[in-house]
Design a protein around this ligand. Structure first.
Ligand code: ZN
Length: 275
């Protein structure tokens, strides 16, 4: 699906949890086509005028929809630390006694985290802590920091991970900012790895296109050896009722034949149902 007038187009698709793909961005090499149309020239080293070479790209807010769908679970949003508006929520657990000391410590930790460039919020609403945990789980903040009067007496706090549900006890003598920074990296890496694994397990490589439409209906993306011939591609789409997304690996060395026309295969292409 080349952009009209472009030399070639590269597209980025996310596999959504139901197996349909969502295109989230494209990059086009426009060559000199539009420079000719609009008379855009530049002077080269030799002092001659040449038509400009252009590229353009588009990344849409679909990328946000893809991030929400790829990482969310039955508890709600789950945002990767790099894109989450707030990376950690501090939840002071306040009872009648010891509230001031807890608030003072929470404020101190908030300032220290912010000084390190970490995006922090503090939930000081006068509601049960359980309700706060539930809210921030729903909104997908990657980390939660809990501190109550008893914790303060024991010189400890709890950091909760949204992705694994793990609760980590930390000593208040430790460098909390370093712990939080390291955890944010760990969460980011782990969410990325899980997401790639989920994407990859949805891709199946087939030698025959006989059952493509059934396999795609089961939520899979199909990879197949293809000759690269446009007419053959159109016929495959018509006969199977499934879109060819494009070439995933170009000019591969293989002795496989195109499952549709029998000519030697040149590329690995992808087929899927698309949004
Ligand atoms: Zn073919």
């Amino acid at each position: 699906d080349k952009f009209p007038g472009a030399e070639y187009t590269m597209a980025f698709d996310t596999i959504m949890p139901d197996g349909k793909t969502l295109q989230i961005g494209t990059v086009h090499n426009l060559g000199q086509t539009f420079a000719h149309t609009f008379e855009i020239t530049f002077e080269n080293k030799e002092g001659n005028h040449e038509y400009a070479y252009q590229t353009c790209y588009g990344i849409s807010d679909r990328v946000i929809a893809a991030a929400i769908a790829a990482h969310g679970d039955e508890k709600g949003l789950q945002l990767p630390p790099e894109i989450s508006p707030k990376q950690i929520t501090i939840i002071p657990i306040i009872f009648k006694d010891g509230g001031e000391e807890v608030m003072a410590k929470c404020n101190e930790i908030k300032d220290a985290l912010e000084a390190k460039g970490i995006r922090v919020q503090m939930d000081t609403r006068d509601i049960r802590p359980g309700k706060k945990f539930f809210d921030w789980e729903l909104k997908g903040t990657p980390l939660r920091f809990e501190l109550g009067p008893r914790d303060l007496n024991n010189n400890v706090a709890i950091i909760g991970r949204r992705d694994t549900g793990e609760k980590i006890e930390v000593s208040l003598d430790d460098d909390i900012t370093e712990k939080v920074s390291n955890l944010l990296v760990e969460v980011e890496e782990s969410m990325k790895a899980n997401s790639w694994a989920k994407q990859e397990e949805k891709i199946v490589t087939l030698d025959s296109l006989d059952n493509v439409s059934d396999i795609v209906d089961e939520g899979k993306v199909v990879k197949f050896y293809w000759c690269g011939d446009e007419e053959c591609g159109k016929a495959i789409e018509e006969e199977t009722g499934v879109d060819i997304l494009g070439i995933n690996e170009e000019d591969i060395e293989t002795d496989k034949a195109c499952p549709h026309c029998g000519k030697p295969a040149k590329h690995l292409a992808l087929m899927a149902k698309t949004y």
